[in-house]
Design a protein around this ligand. Structure first.
Ligand SMILES: Cc1ncc(COP(=O)(O)O)c(C=O)c1O
Length: 397
């Protein structure tokens, strides 16, 4: 059967494909350490699961309002007021089927074919594909490792054309773990206002920040920025709820209405039970978030030290999320005995086959010199995986 040409503009998600390949090898009995996963290795906290069970038992089984149950939309607004100091009404929020769905809805609602959207690289793998499905053009702007992989005002200005409509910012970043400070965002803010850009601020990792840094978002920099910014977020990473599929947006009411209209003709409401669970997550005790973040931090410090011991690997210090994005290009051009490593895809394949460690190549994140490792894994697994990686790298000639 002929497949629509619409799908020619996108690739399958690289991270999900690596995950599938790792699972395939594990099923064959090979002890693969999966360093490719983009999800917390904790279970969803008990009080959240209890809320879902209660919702099932109470018969909360039917369609809900398309943009989410009113109490959840209020809870989203309240959580953001508490965490960002910003006031949104429930009508300025929409609950969708995960953070990715939120971003997809926003791309369709905000951009038109021919619009250019600035995407600083390294970027989260799905942005270019999501924008392509909306017909918009990603203008990829490489950032520098030496500048912590963060976009500068000069880089932003150089990328502007008369077609530029928006920009996607992601802090803390997947894959680099970099975190924009308030000062760095202030430097971008004037250009955003002067050029009337729409900002999609993908904040899914905003509660996972280390080194005493404080989270900052462009929307916090005054009314002119708030009205141009849409916050996209999710309960997935913060509350170890990746499988529950709850994401949300906050932004101008006309954007929320447009997203809701779009959703009314696609998914309708997201799962009623998952909405009740997300309500418990956002309004219930928040201690588990700190416990999880503290555990990630311990592992992060271990990974930074261990990677820096490995010859030929360099690592810009990740300060948020749960990823390390080391530069491995010192090994490019070396031989595995069966072929030459020419880039991050070869490197990821070599590490999967030789070290039995699944990592994600940097290429689909827009940075081929690096690979992405996740530290959402136990200390024992991290220790073993990095030992195996070091041994495999030493074999390259
Ligand atoms: C930067 C970023 N944005 C959005 C998402 C999507 O999150 P969700 O699992 O809620 O769809 C992810 C997931 O990996 C992510 O890393």
């Amino acid at each position: 059967m002929k497949i629509s040409r619409l799908l020619d503009v996108i690739q399958p998600s690289a991270t999900l494909s690596i995950n599938a390949k790792a699972k395939e090898l594990i099923a064959q009995g090979i002890k693969v350490i999966n360093f490719a996963v983009g999800e917390p290795d904790f279970n969803t906290p008990a009080h959240i699961c209890a809320a879902a069970k209660a919702a099932i038992d109470e018969g909360f089984h039917r369609y809900t309002a398309v943009p989410g149950i009113p109490e959840l939309r209020s809870a989203v607004a309240q959580r953001i007021e508490e965490d960002y100091g910003l006031a949104y009404s429930p009508e300025e929020t929409v609950v969708s089927t995960g953070g990715k769905h939120t971003l997809y809805n926003l791309a369709l609602a905000l951009f038109e074919p021919g619009d250019e959207v600035i995407v600083p690289a390294p970027y989260w793998v799905s942005y270019p594909d999501i924008l392509a499905l909306a017909g918009a053009k990603s203008v990829v702007v490489p950032t520098l490792e030496a500048e912590g992989f963060k976009l500068t005002r000069a880089q932003l200005e150089d990328a502007l054309t008369d077609k530029t409509r928006g920009i996607i910012l992601n802090s803390p970043s997947n894959p680099t773990g970099s975190v924009y400070t308030k000062g760095e965002l202030e430097a971008l803010a004037e250009t955003v206002v002067q050029n009337d850009l729409i900002v999609i601020s993908d904040d899914v990792y905003y509660r996972l920040i280390y080194d005493g840094l404080e989270f900052a978002c462009l929307a916090q920099l005054g009314p002119e920025l708030k009205k141009r910014t849409v916050i996209a977020s999710a309960v997935s990473k913060t509350y170890a709820m990746t499988g529950w599929r709850i994401g949300y947006m906050l932004g101008p009411e006309n954007v929320a209405k447009a997203v809701s209209k779009l959703q009314s003709q696609s998914t309708s409401n997201t799962c009623s039970i998952a909405q009740k669970a997300a309500l418990a997550a956002l309004t219930g005790p928040q201690e588990t978030v700190g416990v999880m973040a503290a555990e990630f931090d311990k592992r992060r410090l271990f990974v930074i030290d261990r990677i820096n011991e490995i010859e030929g690997m360099s690592l810009p210090r990740p300060q948020g999320a749960f990823y390390a994005f080391p530069n491995v290009s010192a090994y490019y051009g070396k031989s595995t005995g069966q072929g030459v490593i020419t880039g991050s895809i070869d490197m990821a394949q070599y590490l999967m086959e030789d070290a039995h460690v699944a990592v994600v190549p940097g290429e689909p994140f827009g940075e081929d010199t690096c690979i992405r490792l996740s530290f959402a894994a136990s200390m024992e697994m991290l220790t073993e995986a990095l030992d195996r990686i070091e041994a495999s790298l030493e074999k390259l000639a």
